[in-house]
Ligand binder design. Structure first.
Ligand code: AMP
Length: 210
């Protein structure tokens, strides 16, 4: 199964992806995580994308397509994969179709901006395993510590009010057209991202089937 997750920042893509990979044994591909790893390691690529990411803009289509093209060749992708944060532009979606043929489903988690900005600024993430928390609605059991791996939680550099607003704007301008793109292909499943984490998961599982 080849899935794409679409949604504005903090819509819950990462949270739902984790549930989907364990249920369907899929590889998890988060282009944001991959880029953050490069930034953390201080690689040439990391240095190149660092400021673009911090500002809330997108890195170039060519660069991200090259990364994904390599990643999906890996063995763990043979049983299928879930793409979180890619494609983010129609150019990327067209390229993906070219690379793998059609995806099975694009899952669009829809949330209003007002809720998202609140979630973005309250978000804490685990730099080691990628688990995501919200200081208000989904806190870790021990404050500031990851429930899954015990690592100290951090705030993403782009989870500030300023960068958050820029990322929402980027989403509306550059990524929202993907909704129409996949709708036209008959591959879109839209779910209300405000109904609670478990209800969103249930709706997606129901759509994909057991
Ligand atoms: P995310 O963790 O998915 O919110 O991604 C964090 C940042 O990485 C984004 O704000 C972009 O700067 C960059 N990024 C991640 N995926 C893509 C993509 N598919 N196309 C362009 N930029 C991306």
């Amino acid at each position: 199964m080849k899935l794409v997750l679409i949604g504005a920042p903090a819509a819950g893509k990462g949270t739902q992806a984790r549930k989907l990979i364990s249920k369907y044994s899929l590889a998890y591909i988060s282009t944001g995580d991959m880029l953050r790893e490069e930034v953390a390691k201080g690689t040439e690529l990391g240095l190149k994308v660092k400021s673009v990411m911090a500002s809330g803009s997108l890195v170039s289509d060519d660069l991200i397509i090259a990364i994904v093209k390599e990643r999906i060749k890996a063995d763990d992708c043979k049983n299928g994969f879930i793409l979180d944060g890619f494609p983010r532009t129609v150019v990327q979606a067209e390229k993906l179709d070219e690379l793998i043929g059609n995806i099975d489903k694009a899952i669009y988690i829809n949330c209003p901006d007002s809720a998202l900005l609140e979630r973005i600024t309250a978000r804490e993430t685990c730099p080691k395993c990628g688990a995501s928390y919200n200081k208000i609605s989904v806190p870790s059991k021990v404050s500031g510590v990851c429930d899954v791996c015990g690592e100290k939680l951090t705030q993403r550099k782009d989870d500030t009010v300023e960068a958050g607003k820029a990322r929402l704007e980027t989403f509306h301008k550059q990524s929202e057209p993907l909704v129409a793109y996949y709708k036209n292909q008959g591959r879109l499943f839209e779910v209300d991202g405000m109904i609670g984490i478990d209800n969103v998961t249930e709706a997606i599982f129901a759509e994909l089937g057991d």
